[in-house]
Design a protein around this ligand. Sequence first.
Ligand code: HEC
Ligand code: HEC
Length: 141
Amino acid sequence: MKKTIFVAVIVCFIATSYAFMRDETPKYENLKVLPKNTNKHELDSIMKHFSRALGVKCSHCHVRSTEGKKDFIFASDENKNKLIARSMFKMMNKLNKKYFKEDNEEHKNKGELTPTISCFSCHHGQEHPENTPPAPPDHKG
Ligand code: HEC
Ligand code: HEC
């Protein structure tokens, strides 16, 4: 009996802290490929992935305000790389859904955020992914 109450208290605690976290979710203004209810933790980790995967800074895809020149206007679509990134994201989703379904389910079951095909799979820290493998070490000519 005691145990049941204890479990119920824990469940209740998790439920309320979860609701509390959701409450803190900022309302991003201009999400077109990510889910509208993406929370700050998820968005930060996705943006870090984008940046590291391409070896760039936030400014590669986001414009700054013309007055301050320091503050980003993250919701703006003025930077063309942001638009390219959106279409890349759609392509990435298609590849994962169509060709790597089971593999992605395994990732999900392990609680991993990053899908099988990620930006890094192709970009490997570069803006422009390479399409030719390096020559073998003993290659002459
Ligand atoms: C490779 C391009 C790229 C890079 C680099 C990038 N972002 Fe983004 N960012 C995007 C795209 C694309 C969206 C819109 C996603 C959508 O439409 O669902 C976005 C959306 C956002 C938003 C939500 C804006 C809103 O209100 O709609 C924030 C905040 C943000 N990025 C912050 C950052 C930060 C901070 C960094 C650097 C750590 C960063 N981004 C790096 C492409 C990028
Ligand atoms: C299947 C491979 C592949 C995947 C996955 C992929 N990309 Fe790309 N990406 C490319 C190729 C190829 C180019 C064109 C490179 C060029 O112009 O030389 C490119 C170009 C880009 C560019 C333009 C680069 C520039 O500076 O001109 C951006 C921005 C970009 N990708 C963002 C992303 C983001 C963000 C993701 C993940 C959501 C992603 N890509 C996933 C292959 C990929």
